[in-house]
Unconditional design. Sequence first.
Length: 125
Amino acid sequence: MSDVVETGLARRERQVMAILYRVGEATAQEIQDELADAPGYSAVRALLATMMEKGLVEHRKESRRYVYRAAVPEKKAKRSALKGLLATFFEGRPEKLVAALLDPKDQQLSREEIERIRSLIGSEK
């Protein structure tokens, strides 16, 4: 896996990856259409070229255009992002992340959400 995914992606790179994970494949134009406050088409193409160099995306040629897809499986990218989050903000300790998520001052969880969390924890045993 790319070291970039391990250390974190730039905001635009995260946006592009989210689009590709959601739709599967897309052209530069389709990606540009999906981006909030989108840069110009040339900037999107340059971003995609950079992401290809980093091993984040790959492409295939379809007629006169390139169709892009994520080169890193979504599950692997999520795990890497979570590892970075844990290392950066929670001293690498999952229990600190869970405690922050469950802090009643920040949010209230419904009974259904609590039961889903308990079920997930129980299924790990």
